[in-house]
Structure formats: C-alpha cells, structure tokens
Design a binder for this molecule. Structure first.
Ligand code: CA
Ligand code: CA
Length: 185
C-alpha cells in the first residue's frame, strides 16, 4: 500500500515537472520568436530607409537638373501654361514645376513605373526661401527655392531630402540656375 502511494506521488511529480518544463520551453520560444520578429522589423526598417533614400535622391537629382525658372514661356511658380494637363513629368523644365507633385507609385520622368516599389510614394514641396537665410520663407520671388522630397512606404515616412536651387547671377550668363544643395534631413 505504502509503495503504491509512493508510486502515485512520483508519477504526480513527473507530470508536474513535465508541465513546468513545457511552460519554461514555451516561454523561451516566445522570447526567441519575439526577438527574431523584432530583428526582422529592424532589418526591414533599415532596408526601407536605404531604398527610400535612393528614391528621394533620384527625384531630387531630376528636379535640381531643371532650370531655376522656366526658360521658354511666361514664368509661373508652378506649371506654366503649356505644361498643364501632361500625363507625366517629361515637359517639366524648371524646379517649381514639381511643386505639389505626388508620385505614387514612384515613376520615372516619362511615366514608367519604377519596378519593386508598389505601395511606395514620393511627394514634393517647393517653397521660395531667403538665399541669405534658408530657414526663412519668402512669399515673393527671392532668388532661391527650397525643395523637399518625402518618401513613404505605406504610411511611414522612410526618407526626406532637402534641396536648394538658387538663381544664376546675371553676370554668369547661365540660365540653368546657380548653386544646388542637397542634404538628408
Ligand atoms: Ca516649366
Ligand atoms: Ca514653373
């Protein structure tokens, strides 16, 4: 009788030990999976930022490659008359033509979608700024334009790039604009 009771106690202990072990293993697995999940999320974030910076750089390079102001028709801060209604950016020839551009999904100048960026978007803000103090905006023509390109993946902003285009000095005879500055911020 006493031996049987001992066996029952031992058997009960084994079950308790097994349950405790299972709980401990489950706990370790949950911690591990959370760690792996956090690592994947962090890696995806780093990858998104790198890809976002490439997209921002691509569009900013395109914009800064345009003239400070339209070289062919009466100047408008925004699209000039002949550019309104275009289906892509191929007619854009000055930096403020890009004012308010939303590019979703990101496309090349000729309207071709850039492969692999479904769910991504780029947007552009162009503002006049004081050339002597780039933090001060101007409501009228000032000789400098501040361009901001923002890249989002879904609703998350992954890259932002700031560019400055200044008007060429008349003495230089250039029509394409003066100094171009680009900075990540
Ligand atoms: Ca134009
Ligand atoms: Ca324009």
């Amino acid at each position: 009788m006493r031996e049987a009771a001992k066996n029952r106690v031992r058997s009960g202990l084994s079950i308790v030990e097994a349950v405790i072990s299972l709980v401990l293993v489950s706990g370790v697995m949950v911690v591990s999976l959370n760690t792996v999940g956090a690592s994947f999320t962090a890696q995806r974030g780093i990858g998104d930022r790198a890809r976002g910076q490439l997209l921002a750089n691509d569009l900013m390079t395109e914009i800064l490659g345009r003239a400070y102001e339209d070289p062919n028709e009466p100047v408008v801060f925004g699209l000039e008359a002949s550019e309104i209604g275009g289906v892509d950016r191929s007619l854009y020839d000055d930096v403020d033509d890009y004012r308010g551009v939303t590019d979703s999904p990101p496309r090349l100048k000729d309207g071709t979608a850039i492969q692999g960026f479904t769910g991504w978007s780029r947007s552009v803000i162009v503002l006049r700024t004081d050339p002597n103090n780039l933090t001060v905006l101007s409501l009228t023509e000032s000789g400098a334009k501040k361009i901001t390109v923002t890249v989002k993946h879904g609703n998350v902003t992954v890259a932002k790039l700031l560019g400055i285009k200044t008007k060429a000095s008349p003495a230089s005879g250039a029509t394409g604009g003066g100094i171009d500055i680009m900075a990540i911020h």
